[in-house]
Design a protein around this ligand. Structure first.
Ligand code: FAD
Length: 245
């Protein structure tokens, strides 16, 4: 099925939405998809001309197992959880991805001693496939490696995933689930009137009952705009912030 077109020009819809998401990076697109699939009326406002135009287009594309996260942290739990989910999503919708594995190389004695600690940390994070490699095993695995390596740690689950297609796929599924996506629609003023958030853009205003700030590096700006006319944000240790009217 062909998804509805994004709103690229002209006035924005006058309807009141359940949720307005500011920012169509990987986080905003994923949130919009999840909420639209739950039946919420969602609009995503993106200042750029396409989705994934911020940090999401410019990362190193690693599909990370989370083996080296600090154990017990929210990050460690979410990275491990996200690894399985993103891998399954990529396979399901055809996002290019691969799991070639990674090798952490020790170039001096200090680094060689650290590898055992990294392996312990990986186990604490629930990742048990990391294996120590002695010098011979390392060069057998990576014959092109420069001279002087002392040993390594193999992390066979580390993968790569196309960052652009991930955003496009998430946004497409959000649209198929009924979300609207407004491109070239930067939020530049945010106010709250009664139960509604009013988000002003150069193409007119959008109203919504809840506001999700997924503006990446500009999220502090959106937070400031929203704080100027509203109650304090419900803060969470995450990359998105939710405000309720
Ligand atoms: C060098 C580097 C390497 C990385 N490597 C990896 C990696 O290998 N694997 C991995 O998983 N992660 C990696 N990351 C992290 C990952 O890229 C980010 O965590 C992720 O892209 C953040 O997505 P986001 O949606 O929060 O932000 P963004 O992608 O920046 O999206 C925010 C969006 O908000 C929009 N916006 C901003 N202001 C407004 C406004 N006023 N109105 C409307 N829209 C607005 C922006 O245009 C942008 O599209 C890396 C990051 C960096 C910097």
């Amino acid at each position: 099925m062909r998804p509805p077109d994004a709103l690229r020009e002209g006035p924005l819809p006058g309807a009141c939405f359940d949720v307005a998401v500011v920012g169509a990076g990987v986080v905003g697109c994923a949130i919009a998809r999840a909420l639209a699939r739950l039946g919420a009326g969602v609009i995503v406002l993106e200042r750029a001309g396409d989705v994934g135009s911020g940090t999401s287009k410019a990362n190193t594309a690693i599909l990370h197992t989370g083996f080296d996260a600090s154990p017990g942290t929210l990050e460690s739990r979410l990275v491990a959880d996200g690894y399985g989910k993103l891998r399954a999503f990529a396979a399901e919708v055809g996002v290019p991805h691969a799991v070639p594995g990674a090798v952490m190389v020790a170039w001096d004695e200090h680094q060689r001693a650290q590898l055992a600690l990294v392996r312990e940390k990986a186990c604490e994070n629930g990742y048990r496939d990391a294996t120590a490699l002695d010098r011979g095993e390392l060069y057998a695995l990576e014959p092109q490696l420069g001279e002087g390596a002392l040993g390594g740690l193999s992390i066979p689950g580390e993968g790569i995933v196309c960052p652009w297609t991930t955003c496009i796929a998430l946004a497409t599924e959000a649209l198929l689930a009924g979300a609207r996506l407004a491109l070239r629609a930067p939020a530049h003023e945010i106010a709250r009137t009664g139960r509604h958030w009013r988000i002003a853009t150069p193409r007119g205003e959008v109203r919504a009952l809840a506001l999700v700030n997924a503006a990446g590096l500009q999220s502090d700006e959106i937070d400031r705009l929203a704080a100027a006319g509203s109650a304090p944000a419900r803060r969470a240790r995450s990359q998105a912030r939710v405000r309720r009217a």
